[in-house]
Ligand binder design. Sequence first.
Ligand SMILES: [Zn+2]
Length: 322
Amino acid sequence: MKKILIVIFCLLQFSFIFAASAKYESENYNLNIRYNDVITPGDAIFVRMNITVPKNHKKTKTEPEKKATLQLLQDKKVIESAPFYHLKNKKTNYTEMLCGIPVSLWLKEGNYSIKVIYADSDSDIKEFILPSKLEMRTFPEEILKLDERNTSIKTDNSPERAAQIDKLNNILFTTMPSDIFSLKKFTTPTESQRYTAYCGDRRTYVYTNGKSSTSLHYGNDYGVPTGTEVHSCAAGKVVLAESRISTGWSVVVEHLPGLYSLYYHMNELSVKEGDMVTQGQLLGKSGATGLATGPHLHWEVRLNGSAVRPEFFLNNFTFEED
Ligand SMILES: [Zn+2]
C-alpha cells in the first residue's frame, strides 16, 4: 500500500494571489512545491515543482526521467487528472515541472483534495496530499431572447456546424508536452472594462418559436464597438483562425500544454493558423459575427478541454519569478 505523506506547508504571497508552498526532503531528492491552495468553481489548480538532488547523493549512470501526475479528488474519486510537463533548464541535478487542471464550473460543495503522485524512478513513487480549501462561488443567471437569425444559428444541426465543433474540440483536448510558449500572467485582450457577460453565467436562450435551452456561458464578453483591436493575452501559437457558424471569425491561441485562449465574433483577423504571436500582438478586430446580439468580444480560456475563468490567468498562475 502506498503511503500518503502530509507535507509541511506555509502561505506566501506571490504577486497578488495567495500561493501555498510545500517541501519534501529525502535521501535521494528534495521537492519544492508551489501551488494555489484554493479550490473554486471555474478556476484552475496549478502546481509547480522543482526537484533537486542532495549533494551527498550517489549518482547513477543514467538518471531516469522524473514523472508526476496531478489529481483533484472528490472523496476518494479522481475527478480531474493530468501529467506534469517539464520546463527547460540548464542546471544539472535540477528538474522543474508544471501542471494545471481545471476546476469545473459546476463544482458543488463537497470534500475535495489535491494530490501529487511523484515518480523519481519506476521504483520510487510517492503520493502527497497538498493542503487546500474550498471556496464556493455563485454565478448569475440571465435570459436571452434570440431573434430569427440567432435562433437559426443556435438550432443549426447541419453537418458543417457539427464538423466545426468536432474540429475545435479536437484542438482544445490536445495536450502537447513540449508546447511551452508562455509562463507569464495573461493580459486582457482589450483595454475595455465594459463586461456584458462573464464566464460561468447560467444562460437560458429563448427561441423565436417559444422553446428554450439552458447552457453555461464559457467566456467573458466585452461590449466593444466593431473594429476594436483584439490582442493576444499571452505569447503562443495560433492553432485556429477561421470563420465558424456559431462563433463567427474566431482565433484560438495555444500557450501551454492543454492551455488555450479563444477570441470570437471578430470582424477581421490579422493572423493565420501556424503563426507564432507575442503577448499583446494584434489578432484582429472585434465585430458581431456568428451568434451575437450586438458587437462584442468573447474571450475564453480552456484548460485540458474545460472552460475556466479568464481572470484566474491574470494572476501569476505559473509561479514564475521575474
Ligand atoms: Zn460570449
